[in-house]
Design a protein around this ligand. Structure first.
Ligand code: SF4
Length: 223
């Protein structure tokens, strides 16, 4: 019998995240992406890295700890979550079990750079564990027109009853200026920018920092 994968390669975990889905959310970014979209701002997540393996039980414990004060949802991004399909399945089952046992009502949203058709064909069992998915590769030339998406081809698909309750109103909601928000966190000497930047925003941030004497090194949007 195949043993259950117990580790997920994780790039980052943060709470609260308020710019990738409705409400206050737990944000989990996986390590490793085999898609390689041109213009990706998260190139630091591309390379699979066994040193970033995290025990899924520990990750769930951390979620319980930070979520104890109340939260609305979990957003899983990356990297490409579906590249670690078995570990993702274990994580999602753990989240759903926690939700069921503790009678919580948080939703689970997952990003993927794979087309919806591929996800339906290869990962239907994982889609069944999610409340909503945002699919399709990032296309730099297609400016986003809807909230929480990086390019106009990306689709938000509610997948469960809870997903419909939480996400239906956002499926085609046009992107407003007030939706263009980024969060900034400083941890372990690194600056983390969370959210979907508009085209050119990262260069503007870099230029602004430079004008104030701060030189950014090892940025994730350039190799
Ligand atoms: S945008 Fe997402 S799917 Fe595309 S290369 Fe970057 S991490 Fe991978």
């Amino acid at each position: 019998m195949k043993s259950r994968p117990t580790f997920l390669e994780v790039n980052k975990a943060h709470f609260p995240v308020t710019v990738l889905g409705p409400g206050r959310r737990i944000g989990l970014w996986v390590q490793g992406c085999s898609i390689g979209c041109k213009g990706c701002i998260s190139m630091d997540t591309w390379r699979a890295d066994p040193r970033k393996k995290v025990d899924i039980d520990d990750l769930l414990s951390w979620c319980r700890q930070v979520g104890a004060s109340g939260f609305d949802g979990v957003t899983i991004s990356g990297g490409e979550p579906f590249d670690q399909a078995q570990a993702l399945t274990v994580l999602l089952r753990g989240l759903r079990e926690w939700r069921r046992v503790d009678k919580l009502d948080f939703d689970i949203l997952c990003y993927s750079g794979y087309p919806l058709k591929t996800l339906h064909n290869k990962h239907a069992a994982i889609l069944a564990l999610l409340d909503a998915v945002i699919s399709e590769p990032f296309i730099e030339s297609q400016e986003p027109v809807a909230v929480w998406r990086g390019s106009s081809n990306q689709l938000l698909l509610p997948l469960s009853n809870l997903g419909h309750q939480r996400f239906d109103e956002f499926v085609s909601k046009p992107l407003a200026d007030t939706d263009k928000k980024m969060q900034v966190a400083v941890e372990h000497g690194k600056i983390w920018m969370i959210g979907i930047p508009a085209r050119g925003d990262m260069e503007k941030v870099e230029a602004l920092c430079s004008s104030r004497g701060l030189s950014l090194q090892d940025v994730s949007w350039r190799r």
